[in-house]
Design a binder for this molecule. Structure first.
Ligand code: ADP
Length: 440
């Protein structure tokens, strides 16, 4: 089988297990199997004058990672990828920022990556590039004479054309997106938007949707195993017989956390029977802390959390537990299993794997209820969830009340629907279907 070359902004450390592995590494794990793989990307580190990539081998895997210079990190990563593309692709035209120098640096880093990658390539490699940081890479590789098959996957949403048109110099970005043989997106809606944007410029390439999934059976096993661990026992002891509402996200403004907090606060006010009977645990490790938007969000949430607890707590009950550190994956699965409500309300999300993990983690005999934003990619599949408009805290309040009072029979029926959806694609199906389509 041809070697697979994966290119992504961040590369998982060779032997990282569980907690450290990012979503992409987890999703690819099954599909990679014993195949020869070269994984290329940024080390996550900066040095004043970055040189050639560091190459390490681990079995059939080869990792080639390169540093960025501090200005490259600031412009390519923080300013353009996370300050321009991330908000715009999540439909946030109001907060995206644009600076030509940042866009130019983004292109320059992609050009430097292309130049470093070419000497490492073999003629029959299959190249799979991931995410918005690396949109220009396929066209740059072509320009350097690469004839290999190249696929690209966009893990975030793609907005309607009128919104995407706000991006300065968007034509070049669309030309970049037309360069791979195949572009994959999370949902059919994203694929439709991208096809329309390309068609407006008379550009064309194959654009298809491949919803990323999880290994549901394995996650379920991990959740059962974790439930027997001391951490989960401690959590349960700390809750007593209170129902757990659990939110697990990166600390990001796309996740709708302030609306979620307000929806919960209103539950305590308007449905007094839940006072003292529920605990909301929100875990949101700080991400992209170097950017002002993220620091502001954190301050807003710290303040909201303090206010909610100040207003509603009793001397023996804290309604909201707010953690800005990550949880180890093994612990997370056990916590999800114990949660009566999985609260997943992003304003916009490419897929949202936490929603699928919550479903997989439930006890089939006594499942909890998923409250899910209808603007998460996962909403297309998880029709058994209580779906809400995440911009409306009152909708979240009602969904929480409905979920907390839902009879077992209905919980089981809804969960059964969603578990079937989550477990249907076999593990590794997402990557395999993409690679098969790319080979065809
Ligand atoms: P995003 O890619 O925007 O971070 P996802 O919902 O797709 O959102 O999450 C990716 C992965 O990160 C999931 O597998 C999830 O379990 C994990 N994750 C998210 N938040 C946390 C957290 N607070 N602690 C540990 N793992 C987390």
């Amino acid at each position: 089988m041809a070697r697979l070359v994966i290119v992504s902004n961040r590369v998982p450390p060779p032997r990282a297990k569980g907690a450290q592995a990012g979503g992409l590494a987890v999703a690819l794990k099954e599909a990679l199997g014993r195949r020869d793989v070269l994984w290329f990307g940024w080390t996550g580190q900066t040095t004043e004058t970055p040189g050639l990539p560091h190459v390490t081998h681990a079995g059939t895997r080869c990792y080639a990672t390169a540093d960025l210079s501090p200005p490259e990190e600031r412009l390519y990563y923080t300013a353009y990828s996370n300050g321009t593309l991330w908000p715009l692709l999540h439909y946030r035209s109001g907060i995206f920022e644009f600076e030509r120098s940042a866009e130019e640096a983004w292109r320059a880093v992609n050009a430097r990556f292309a130049a470093m990658l070419v000497p490492l390539l073999e003629p029959d490699d299959v190249i799979w590039i991931h995410d918005y940081h690396l949109i220009p890479l396929a066209r740059l590789l072509r320009g350097l004479g690469c004839t290999q098959r190249i696929g690209f996957f966009l893990h975030v949403p793609f907005p309607p054309t009128a919104l995407f048109a706000a991006l300065p110099r968007r034509d070049a970005v669309l030309q970049d997106l037309a360069a791979p043989h195949l572009v994959g997106l999370q949902t059919e809606q994203d694929a439709i938007h991208l096809r329309q944007a390309l068609a407006e410029l008379g550009l064309e390439t194959r654009v298809e949707c491949f919803p990323v999934g999880i290994d549901a059976a394995e996650f379920a096993r991990a959740a059962i195993k974790a439930s027997a661990q001391p951490d989960v026992a401690r959590l349960r002891a700390s809750l007593g017989d209170r129902a757990l509402i659990l939110g697990v996200d990166r600390l990001d403004y796309s996740k709708g956390l302030p609306h979620r907090f307000r929806g919960y606060a209103a539950l305590l006010k308007q449905h007094a029977q839940h006072r003292g009977k529920v605990t909301f645990l929100q875990v949101a490790p700080v991400s992209r802390g170097e950017s002002a938007q993220y620091r502001m969000l954190r301050r807003e949430l710290d303040e909201l959390a303090g206010r909610i607890n100040g207003e509603h707590a009793e001397y023996d009950w804290m309604p909201l537990r707010w953690l800005t550190r990550p949880l180890p994956r093994s612990q997370l699965a056990g916590f999800l299993r114990h949660a009566r409500i999985g609260l997943v309300t992003p304003l916009r999300d490419g897929m949202n794997l936490v929603a699928k993990e919550y479903v997989a983690a439930q006890d089939p005999e006594d499942p909890g209820v998923l409250v899910l934003s209808r603007f998460a990619g996962a909403a297309a599949e998880l029709q058994g969830a209580i779906q809400v408009n995440p911009h409306d805290p009152a909708d979240i309040t009602e969904a929480l009340h409905t979920g907390l009072t839902m009879p077992l029979e209905e919980r089981m029926a809804r969960w059964q629907h969603d578990y079937t959806a989550v477990a249907k694609p076999p593990a590794g199906d997402w990557a395999q279907s993409f690679l098969q389509a790319l080979a065809a």
